[in-house]
Design a protein around this ligand. Structure first.
Ligand SMILES: CC(C)(COP(=O)(O)OP(=O)(O)OC[C@H]1O[C@@H](n2cnc3c(N)ncnc32)[C@H](O)[C@@H]1OP(=O)(O)O)[C@@H](O)C(=O)NCCC(=O)NCCS
Length: 325
């Protein structure tokens, strides 16, 4: 079996259960392995509706030994930038250090270059992403990235809100704050699919970026949700969870004119309570953001740290570490 050569084929939806199984075994952090299903669903199946995505499956004989998913951004940041992103790469534990990761990345770089990318980012490609970058605890992945010619770029972090016990600051009641907001003409409720046009327009007009896409992934989906604040029939704030992964919170935003009135804390804790009701004991506030706000409103602490990487693949760029086909 071991003698059979590795080959790379394009992933098809029929093979997704095998890929989920591979991710359950190959994502070394248990919090990621536990959400393998949602991760694969988000970065491959759902993302494909909105942007160019390819899944690459490394097989030995017919057995999957590695998977990579990469994509082009729907709305590049900054606009016009020509880059592609690696959304997921996992090699089966018993197949590591045999060049599978190297082979998959070389294929991905060619696929992305063929669609106009001049840079490859090992970084989240919102609105469909599983991580902002490589969690520092996936140290072999950091080593592999550097060996294959990527360099470290930005840093990102998540904060963890503890939902495991009733007295947690993340689960503090919002009743009193909601009464104060109501007296000031602000009402808060769970968003319904019919709210999406107003919500997405508010997110787009107020914050830009791809938060509108994440809201579409949060409202009305099982294992996800969104809370919205209204004043005089207009949206003045929102907070969402579960768009990419059930345990992840975000994005959230309050209209600048309404900032400082306590809306954010209420929206945040209402979402965290919904996450607790869905059985989540540790919510990940993803890719933050205003650390003091989350620390103060929910007792959250910085926990996961991610290193974002990039590599120039333009014809004039340095091509270090790339394996010929
Ligand atoms: C990261 C990962 C995909 C690498 O796959 P792999 O098939 O083992 O990688 P390769 O064999 O192609 O390694 C390529 C190079 O990376 C470096 N590298 C890989 N693993 C390493 C390790 N554990 N320590 C040091 N260097 C390492 C080496 O330079 C290696 O080349 P060499 O073996 O010729 O020295 C694999 O470790 C994995 O699946 N990890 C768990 C999932 C993960 O971390 N995914 C990314 C999450 S954000």
């Amino acid at each position: 079996m071991d003698d059979e050569r590795i080959s790379v084929t394009e992933l098809t939806t029929e093979r997704l259960p095998e890929v989920v199984d591979l991710c359950r075994r190959g994502l070394d952090l248990t919090e990621d392995a536990a959400e393998a299903d949602a991760i694969v669903d988000t970065v491959y199946r759902r993302a494909r509706v909105d942007r160019p995505v390819v899944g690459l499956l490394a097989v030995r004989g017919t057995t999957p030994v590695g998977v990579l998913v990469c994509s082009l951004p729907e709305r590049p940041d900054p606009p016009g930038a020509a880059y592609g992103c690696v959304d997921l790469v996992v090699v089966a534990p018993q197949e590591r250090r045999r060049g599978v990761g190297r082979t998959l990345l070389a294929h991905a770089e060619r696929w992305l270059a063929g669609r106009g990318a001049r840079e490859v980012l090992l970084a989240g490609n919102p609105p469909y992403y599983a991580w902002p970058g490589i969690d520092v605890r996936y140290t072999p992945a950091v080593c592999a990235a550097l060996a294959l010619g990527y360099h470290q770029d930005r840093t990102a972090w998540n904060m963890t809100a503890d939902l495991s016990y009733d007295g947690s600051p993340a689960l503090r009641s919002t009743a009193e704050a909601e009464r104060r907001l109501a007296a000031a003409g602000v009402t808060v409720r769970r968003a319904e699919p019919g709210d999406l046009p107003a919500l997405t327009a508010f997110a787009r007009d107020t914050f830009g970026g791809t938060w509108d896409g994440e809201l579409v992934g949060s409202v009305g989906r099982t294992g996800a949700g969104c809370e919205v604040a209204w004043r005089d029939g207009a949206v003045v704030g929102f907070a969402a969870w579960g768009s990419s992964r059930p345990s992840w919170f975000g994005p959230m935003g309050t209209a600048p004119a309404a900032a400082g009135s306590g809306i954010g804390g209420v929206l945040l804790r209402r979402c965290l309570r919904s996450q607790r009701d869905a059985g989540i004991v540790r919510a990940q506030i993803g890719w933050v953001g205003p650390v003091p706000f989350y620390a103060g409103s929910a007792g959250a602490r910085i926990e996961r740290v991610f290193l974002l990487h990039r590599k120039d693949i333009s014809p004039t760029g340095t091509q270090t570490g790339q394996e010929p086909e």
